[in-house]
Design a binder for this molecule. Structure first.
Ligand code: SF4
Ligand code: SF4
Length: 154
């Protein structure tokens, strides 16, 4: 019997460092700014990217120093994955924590870093502004994301 891959057998808390890092599909969605409706507490994604996001690769352009350069960048941990309500439905951490499988386009399944882009899951081609370009909070309303998860076929 072939051995089951780690994401099917381990919980988030049991992952080693390299397994943890590889669970990120590279979509870049968590690096987009969100707006919270104060009345309903509902979260809306915008297409405004964090200043360090490379909109082409959808990777952080300075991952090692990200906290120093962007103090409110959130380092994910199993606890934070369970706490926050702004990780997209497609996020690898969220899926595994919810006992679900990874989608076909996840690099761990497909073997390619390109499939997350080909499936339309990543933010490639969707970023309309960077936060350093916007002057006021109201400017974010001009950059609301229309659909959070465009393609979820397994
Ligand atoms: S949303 Fe999840 S899978 Fe996508 S880049 Fe962020 S941490 Fe990685
Ligand atoms: S600092 Fe890097 S990892 Fe953090 S939100 Fe910005 S682009 Fe994403």
């Amino acid at each position: 019997m072939p051995k089951e891959p780690f994401w099917k057998t381990k919980t988030l808390d049991e992952l080693n460092r390299s397994e943890w890092e590889s669970l990120c599909d590279g979509c870049g969605r968590c690096c987009l700014h969100k707006i919270e409706d104060e009345d309903t507490e509902e979260i809306y994604f915008t297409t405004v990217a964090c200043t360090l996001l490379d909109a082409g690769t959808c990777q952080c352009s300075d991952y090692v120093h990200r906290k120093k350069k962007v103090p409110d960048c959130v380092f994910l941990t199993p606890e934070i994955v369970r706490e926050v309500d702004w990780l997209p439905d497609t996020c690898g951490y969220r899926l595994i924590d919810e006992g679900k499988d990874l989608y076909w386009w996840h690099p761990l399944v497909s073997g390619s870093m390109e499939t997350v882009h080909e499936a339309g899951i990543s933010v490639r081609g969707k970023v309309t502004a960077y936060d350093h370009d916007l002057k006021t909070d109201e400017d974010y309303f001009d950059h609301m994301m229309m659909a959070e998860s465009p393609s979820l076929e397994n």
